[in-house]
Design a protein around this ligand. Sequence first.
Ligand code: HQG
Length: 180
Amino acid sequence: MSKHHAGTSKFLSFVLRHQPDAIGITLDVEGWASIPELIAAAANNGKLLDRDLIQAVVTISDKKRFAISEDGLRIRAVQGHSIETVDISYAEKVPPEFLYHGTATRFMQSIRNGGLLPGSRQYVHLSHDEQTALTVGQRHGKPIVLKIKARHMYEQGFKFFQAENGVWLVELVPAAFMIE
Ligand code: HQG
């Protein structure tokens, strides 16, 4: 991905997950933004976007962070939101026996005490493979991968969801379900 694409991806993550009001757009409850409105609002805020650039970023995003609606008129981030007015109706799914969460060793004491919490986001993010979790953990410092007894949690009544890009979402993970 070029620097231009990476910068656009970061910009889209910022407005479509966290702060649409920073450029004066709104997202609907499913997280969708109108693409023409997004292009106009971005331009008013000094960020030049066009349909081809948006489409290119959506297509080449390594993690498939964004989706364009079937009619081609709207775009949304598929997970990772902090904005409270967005409440995407994710598909509830039965998780595999284990899922993984990558974090940094410096958070472990707090995680052992309080479990995994969503922090500023709406959900705790889990992945089905250890390598992805390791990469996520590295973003925060010296990484550690926690193995989560996901099926066991599910059997105890915890709801699991899967975003379009495969990321697993759960509201919290009590420490009792984590294996270090
Ligand atoms: C930690 C990226 C202290 C948690 C990735 C994590 C992911 C606690 C950090 C997505 C805690 C939050 C999300 C507790 C959890 N005490 N720390 N009780 N509970 N934490 O960035 O999971 O590139 O909000 O372990 O690929 O790192 O943006 O979450 O280290 O899918 O598309 O608090 O973001 O995707 O950090 O990453 P984040 P995350 P994108």
